[in-house]
Design a binder for this molecule. Sequence first.
Ligand code: CUA
Length: 335
Amino acid sequence: MITRRTRIAALAVTILAACRRASFVLSSSGEPGRDEAGLGRLFTIVGMVVVIIVAALLLTAIFRRRPPADPNAIDRRGRGTLWILTGGVVVPAVILVTLFFFVLITLSTTAQPPYSNVAGTFEIVGHRWWWEIRRVDDTGRPQFVTANELHIPVGRTVRLHLSSADVIHSFWVPDLAGKTDLIPGQINTAWIEAEKPGVYAVHCAEYCGMQHANMSMSVVAESDAEFQQWLASQTADAKPPQTDDEQRGLDAFVGSPCASCHQIRGTPAAAIVGPDLTHLAARRMIGAGALPNTVGNLSGWISNSQTIKPGNVMPAMYLKPTDLHAIVEYLGGLK
Ligand code: CUA
């Protein structure tokens, strides 16, 4: 028999399970996320207090016993007007102006990154439905390009220049910073910083078509040494094939339609329609967060990504099983 207590427990578990996600809107790590989450908490608390007071007044008005109306009672009407002016105009105006003041403070503190302790700049370009990431040096010269996984050093600021190759997207790392739109023909700037090491989920927060919900990426916050190592390995060209199987894989890749869209630096594959695959095996996920990067998932994705992420630009590949096996073997070695 299901008791009332069981039902309440089941409900609590369901609600808590929904909270147990990789990212949460009101949790935050590092500036500017902390400032923005603080503002979010302030709005939530003020909103809740207002709702409770309004609901209490409404219930009082509904259930209060009134004396019979006296047609000659002019002063009652005057009191009503005073209530409406105070509760409907003055109090909301004071609350909204005060909150607006806090918004302005947060805007000014989060608009520009601090000038010290900056770990460089990345350009992020939104595509339907994946993220292109370009590392640029201090003069704006490109250093390397990768996709869907950005590494940052813990406790240091990273500048982001955001734009789009097609429609409007929005870059959102709930744990680290608020949303910033990626707009075609325009560069918007944002910055992030993580206080703790970890993998932070990024979501596209602007509806951009069929696979909008599957346009994710990861921000990996790690020690400065690990970050420098990541920069060095990403800057390098792809490792040459080490085995006959890998060589067959590279040959099959270059001889197949794969090379018409993807780049593997250091090989003849140099197209930039799809994500750069130079260090594909170093990424945690494939398909912009669609699947964990495993041999099985990669084989399935290459064979027919349309069954996994319908509508994405990559068509089904009708490869010979031996070619598919060799390509997966080769790509799996591209750390
Ligand atoms: Cu990109 Cu939604």
